[in-house]
Write a protein that binds this ligand. Structure first.
Ligand SMILES: Cc1cc2nc3c(=O)[nH]c(=O)nc-3n(C[C@H](O)[C@H](O)[C@H](O)COP(=O)(O)O)c2cc1C
Length: 359
């Protein structure tokens, strides 16, 4: 029953795609942080459906309400409850899903596990669940920025075979937001948008890679064994719908190098230790080393395609199904704020854990 994430900065998300709404409860947020709905809304707007011609046209304002945990504009240290109403829930488009399992979606596995499922829009397996993560993540981002000087960013690094050239050390939020695909390499962005539009016209979907970055994390955050910082980041990212892979620093590419080529040499300047390269991705032994943390998350081409495919119905009879309703041809642009949110939730939790144990 794992709808809760984190140890000290704990987030529980709730809600289904076509129910009364979606949201989160954040427990363990430190008191006296200035917080209003406006602090959360900008990230929710970046995740919102209907924001551009390359995402799902579902019309949701995703306006957030803070129901508890904030008084006179400041966090109280008590649970913060966040609610976003579902406004454009049209179950009719999904009526066939009551009877048939969408290939490579969660219909069959939810039915196998619970023996019941909220079939409109995929219920809890819908990416609407991530509204709660993004709202909670915006609080974590604020905590990290204001109390620890940590900046969290993500951007689209790759769509299918189209790869962007981006430097995680210098990339700016404004460059990420400069185009609708959220790729700071403007030339690659134009090609990516063209590809997504083409794929959508064909009723198909396409996947890619989001790169996540955290700058300003001090040395010492993380744990040495099971809760290694990269292990918690991996879990956070692989808990996202449609994510299929995670690698950090040199990642899978590191296997092409020898140890001599791969090592990050230590140097010291002005009483500070740094490394001349950053193949470790800012984490060594499960603990941050003070360098920029950067990692990649692979998202699949999502399941709902407007093409007839073979499947099975709830009576286990062979049948076919063609996607209907409003869907994302590529989740990457909307996945960017979600990856940022999960990164911030992991780091906020480890920041508080570091303070609690080591002061
Ligand atoms: C931002 C975002 C938007 C998504 N939009 C869709 C969609 O429109 N159609 C779809 O079939 N899946 C979509 N998904 C993916 C499904 O939620 C996901 O495939 C499903 O929960 C099954 O999980 P799995 O793919 O991780 O196995 C989206 C995922 C994300 C992160």
């Amino acid at each position: 029953m794992s709808n809760t994430f984190g140890q000290l900065f704990r987030v529980t998300t709730w809600g289904e795609s076509h129910g009364g709404g979606v949201g989160a409860v954040v427990d363990g947020c430190p008191p006296r942080i200035e917080l209003s709905e406006a602090d959360l809304q900008s990230d929710l707007d970046r995740r919102r459906p209907g924001q551009s011609r390359i995402v799902t046209p579902r019309k949701e304002s995703d306006t957030v309400q803070i129901l508890s945990g904030v008084f006179e504009g400041k966090t109280l240290g008590t649970p913060i409850s966040l609610w976003v109403k579902n406004e454009d829930a049209r179950s009719e488009a999904y009526s066939e899903m009551a009877e048939k399992f969408r290939p490579s979606h969660a219909d069959f596995t939810y039915q196998a596990k619970y023996g019941i499922r909220s079939w409109p829009g995929g219920g809890r397996s819908s990416a609407r669940e991530t509204v709660g993560r993004v709202a909670a993540g915006a609080i974590a981002k604020k905590l990290l920025r204001e109390r620890f000087g940590v900046e969290v960013l993500a951007y689209v690094k790759q769509v299918q075979r189209l790869t962007a050239a981006v430097d995680p050390e210098t990339v700016k939020a404004a460059d990420i937001e400069a185009n609708i695909v959220r790729c700071p390499d403007a030339t690659a962005a134009v090609k990516m948008i063209r590809l997504i539009e083409k794929v959508r016209k064909n009723g198909d979907t396409v996947g890619g890679i989001v790169e996540g970055v955290a700058r300003g994390v001090p040395p010492g955050w993380g744990e040495p064994v099971f809760d290694r910082l990269e292990a918690d980041l991996a879990k956070a990212m692989l808990s996202l719908p449609a994510s299929k892979g995670f690698d950090i620093g040199s990642g899978f590419g590191g296997v092409l190098l020898t140890g001599t080529q791969h090592n990050d040499a230590f140097r010291a300047k002005g009483g500070q230790v740094y490394t001349t390269t950053n193949r470790s991705g800012g984490i060594q032994g499960g603990i941050s080393n003070g360098q920029t943390i950067y990692f990649r998350v692979a998202f699949k081409p999502v399941a709902t395609v407007m093409v007839e495919q073979e499947t099975v119905d709830v009576r286990f009879q062979n049948t076919t199904l063609k996607g209907r309703g409003r869907h994302d041809p590529c989740v990457l642009p909307r996945a960017v704020p979600i990856v940022e949110a999960m990164t911030a939730l992991v780091l906020a939790d480890h920041a508080l854990r570091q303070q609690a144990q080591c002061g």
